[in-house]
Design a protein. Sequence first.
Length: 160
Amino acid sequence: MISSSPPRLGYGLALGVIVLDQLTKWWILAVVMVPPRVIEITSFFNLVQVMNPGASFGMFSEAPGWMPWILAGFALSISLVLLIWLRRADTRLLASALGLVMGGALGNVIDRVRYGAVADFLDFHAAGLHWPAFNVADSAITIGVAFLILDALKSTPNSP
């Protein structure tokens, strides 16, 4: 019987995020975006091809060519801390949160090593305003952080 311990759940989610992230990026880069273009899916959502050498929201995208390596090293360091924390996780919510964040971070590290940038392709927009393009890994990180906040709020003793 497979153990359903919280850490195992987190490891499984991390692995699942990495695999789904890399498969979707491969599909976008090798199949859908040949040649690169904007594909309008709805009036508020497009598929695009954006290679982001920077961090979130394109920060540091104009930095020197070694910046992807610095960002990858930072993400690996964070992932190591999350791995240690995950080993001690005692709830499914915390383990899920840590697994999602770690899987997303590692999915983007793989891109930085492979391409020197992160492949983003989901483009939401409304009223002429565009949210920066993102990917499955970014989504997992966002959901994982939301779960971390929820876990912190749930575990606060004597909260009003």
